[in-house]
Design a protein around this ligand. Sequence first.
Ligand code: FES
Length: 132
Amino acid sequence: MNDWIEICRVDDIPVLGARRVRRPAGTDVAIFRTESDRVFALLDRCPHKGGPLSQGIVFGEHVACPLHNWAIALEDGQARAPDIGCATRFEVRVEGGAVSLLASELATLAIDDADAAAALAAARKVIAIASA
Ligand code: FES
């Protein structure tokens, strides 16, 4: 499926920094730019205790979580040993300097239970109105 949506330009992301992408539901997504202009996207939640990875320090192709300094690989979200955990990774496309993410992943990956319950409740309400 081709549901890429343009989020920003590479130049909108600071070198060795990050920006956050808000979603209709669920935790924000952090998009990172390395020194060599590679761009990666991870859920903005550390697999340790939920620290905001977008506020971390990017080094090489890792980000150091601002809370307890775990090193998370930008490529796959894996914590560096001896720590164990994985941040949800999102596909990124960079074309002509434009950074795009998949709308289908933004809508579905790592959507919290609370958000899912709210979405379900909203859907039930619509169903109730429709059948009244
Ligand atoms: S919350 Fe990220 S290292 Fe603890």
